[in-house]
Design a binder for this molecule. Structure first.
Ligand code: CA
Length: 687
């Protein structure tokens, strides 16, 4: 070995093997978008979720079967998109755990558990989910539910660095996948229901040093943050807020999902969450647009410098987060090719924006949308329906509601068909203006009153649609209807297929016509989007299975251990059937210690603190069926002191005392005496 080579070898050992020869995933590889790979959340930087692979196609898809599968140790919502690079498949599960498999054989290679404290589950509005990792130069990066960003060695799972991206005292969460852009790892956060103050951060991929941060709302103290957002906050955003409860929580606008980089414009597009509290009257005196909540914001990835924004829902009153999948594409509009960003927003409109300037190209309803008549293309603002804002003690029943016409579930685009496939849903919701409002630090603060209207008039039962949306013609070319509103994300392939799951069925549709060509019974309802890759001449399709998330918390499915199913042609592996769900039988109330608590007060506490997770549909244990409520001592040990913290049940001592805990128990005992809701699924008590 000559001196130079020996020196290189020493450097390689010192710097880690990945620095030498095997560079891992980088910008060149992501931009080259080799058909066999799935290197970033949306496969490529434009996040079209379109794979050029076509071995599995309209003719062969009937031969698709399970090649290998894996079972996980968590039984709540699985939202991750599996990534594949250099023969390794990376995925994440609930509680921000990371798993690496041999992508061909399914052999487990390593796993990493960040050991998120169970009580942090209370800070997650919408389940303890995680949507996956980012890959960059020999490392895998994960954001954790308690706000950490962690760099792992992609070969071994060993921790390279960890940073806390949020104030751990505040109810921030991370559920979104990080993105690796120009040597930086970008990550947002969630928590706009509590609310917190949203921001996106960029960390140096090598060292974990904070490169820049962009706040999505002004600092309530009026002081600059020393962040990339300071100038635009002072010049523009701060003037769009008035006095109100936003000053206590920071206004929301949390960028908890979409972060899309476009190498062509060298811009990163970030979708921001709802304004918080939801009710604009209590939030900001009903005044101002409240920037940059419910917006799409374009930033320079090198510096975090503001370039443009488009607010989809000015002065949001309805939880209309604008975090849904942001996709970049070239579309033939008006006789020329236009480079655009697209979003099927929670608010029911499909937006097409010029990628360089943010100028609105079109905005059209893709689902039944009653809160606004249209978007004025000249001003870019919605033309709201009368009464939509439920002001002055009024109520408003409308669709979409807080779950949106489309939520986080990724769309897919087929450039061959010129279609965007939207996993859409239609659900009505009732919004009511409260008589009074008091901000409770650390808890949900929506600013809504008790709703009484729903359903006050004829409305369709909740349902779902996979919509093949033509963004040029601004209309649907085909739709597939489902009884289930809350379903999976979407994958499109050059094989002319669109993969989507509804209920327990994983379905391959003909992308051109919407005809179902193949389906597979997954045994549980997937909500994640599938991905596809190829190794040694075989095309694989990978799907995480596990029901939950915002639309799953209300019930509809028992909790089952998460699974990864990986398909290829002519494979015939039969996964073990899921065990039958554990039934929570009605309680024997003769064994209960009677309660002298105030049932009415207990009902209010249940509404404020319990039903989001322990609703009647029963995603988490149905409290009126839990033996825990029979005995005041055990009940208080859990509710006040946190005896079930490891399972995700936070202690509520900070919110209520012995008297209120007993009021809650009195209410739950009164509910237990009523007949059980029919068809309510019953739950396991896992983590
Ligand atoms: Ca929200």
């Amino acid at each position: 070995m000559n001196r130079m080579l020996r020196w290189a070898a020493v450097l390689c050992i010192a710097l880690s093997v990945t620095a030498c020869g095997k560079a891992g995933v980088d910008a060149k590889r992501i931009e080259a978008a080799k058909a066999s790979d799935w290197l970033t959340y949306g496969r490529t930087y434009d996040e079209q979720r379109f794979s050029p692979l076509d071995q599995v196609n309209k003719d062969t898809v009937g031969r698709l079967g399970v090649a290998w599968w894996a079972s996980f140790d968590t039984d709540r919502g699985q939202e991750a998109t599996p990534l594949v690079a250099d023969g390794i498949l990376y995925t994440t599960t609930t509680w921000s755990k990371v798993f690496a498999f041999d992508a061909k054989s399914g052999k487990p290679l390593w796993s990493y558990d960040p050991e998120v404290p169970g009580e942090k589950g209370f800070n997650a509005c919408c389940d303890v989910v995680n949507r996956g990792v980012a890959l960059w130069k020999g490392r895998a990066y994960v954001g954790t539910l308690d706000g950490r960003l962690i760099a792992l060695d992609a070969k071994t799972g060993k921790v390279a660095w960890t940073v806390q991206t949020t104030d751990p005292k505040l109810p921030y969460t991370i559920t979104g996948a990080p993105r690796a852009i120009k040597g930086k790892i970008l990550i947002g956060n969630g928590g706009a229901e509590y609310p917190v103050r949203g921001y996106v951060s960029a960390y140096d991929a090598d060292t974990g040093k904070l490169d820049w941060r962009f706040q999505m709302t002004p600092n309530p103290t009026g002081a600059p943050d020393g962040a990339a957002s300071d100038k635009i906050m002072k010049d523009v955003a701060s003037k769009t807020w008035s006095d109100g409860a936003w000053k206590e929580g920071g206004g929301g606008a949390t960028p908890w999902d979409a972060i899309t980089y476009d190498p062509k414009t060298d811009l990163v597009y970030v979708g921001t969450g709802n304004a918080g509290p939801w009710n604009s009257k209590v939030r900001s005196g009903g005044k101002g647009d409240n920037l940059f909540a419910a917006s799409i914001v374009a930033l320079r990835p090198d510096t975090g410098e503001y370039v443009w924004h488009y607010q989809t829902t000015p002065r949001d009153d309805w939880d209309f987060d604008a975090v849904q999948h942001l996709m970049v594409a070239d579309l033939p509009i008006g006789g020329k090719t236009q480079h655009v960003v697209m979003q099927a927003n929670k608010n029911g409109f499909f937006y097409v924006l010029d990628a360089a300037t943010g100028k609105l190209v079109s905005a059209d309803k893709f689902v039944l949308t009653t809160w606004a008549d249209k978007v004025d293309l000249a001003t870019g603002r919605p033309v709201e329906a009368a009464g939509a804002r439920y002001e002055n003690g009024k109520e408003q029943e409308q669709t979409p509601g807080a779950l949106g016409g489309h939520n986080w579930q990724p769309m897919a685009f087929s450039p061959k068909e010129g279609l965007v496939f939207i996993p859409a849903q239609t659900l009505y919701m009732d919004y009511a203006d409260p008589k009074e409002f008091k901000f409770i630090p650390g808890a949900w603060n929506l600013g809504l009153g008790p709703a009484t209207l729903s359903p006050s008039h004829a409305q369709p039962a909740p349902f779902g649609q996979l919509i093949a949306w033509d963004p040029v013609a601004k209309t649907a070319r085909w739709k597939a209807d489902f009884a289930e509103p809350w379903r999976s994300g979407v994958l499109a392939t050059a094989g002319g297929l669109v993969f989507h799951a509804a209920g327990h069925k994983f379905i391959a549709f003909d992308a051109a016509t919407g005809k179902a060509l193949w389906s597979y019974d997954t045994g549980a309802a997937p909500i994640a989007a599938s991905s596809t890759y190829s190794i040694d001449g075989d095309q694989y399709v990978a799907l995480m299975v596990g029901f939950g998330g915002a639309g799953g918390m209300g019930g509809g499915e028992p909790r089952r251990k998460g699974r990864l199913l990986v398909f290829k042609l002519d494979a015939k592996v039969v996964p073990t059937p899921f065990p039958a769900p554990i039934v929570q039988p009605p309680l024997d109330l003769a064994t209960a210690t009677p309660s002298k608590g105030d049932v009415t007060k207990g009902a209010a506490l249940s509404q404020q603190f319990c039903v989001t997770c322990h609703g009647a549909g029963g995603y988490l244990p149905v409290l009126a069926r839990s033996p825990v409520i029979l005995d005041p001592v055990g009940f208080k040990a859990i509710v006040l002191e946190g005896a079930k913290k490891p399972h995700g049940m936070a202690p509520f001592r900070r919110f209520f005392d012995e008297t209120s805990a007993e009021d809650l128990r009195a209410y739950l005992l009164s509910e237990a005496a009523k007949p059980p809701p029919t068809g309510a699924p019953q739950m396991t008590h896992g983590r």
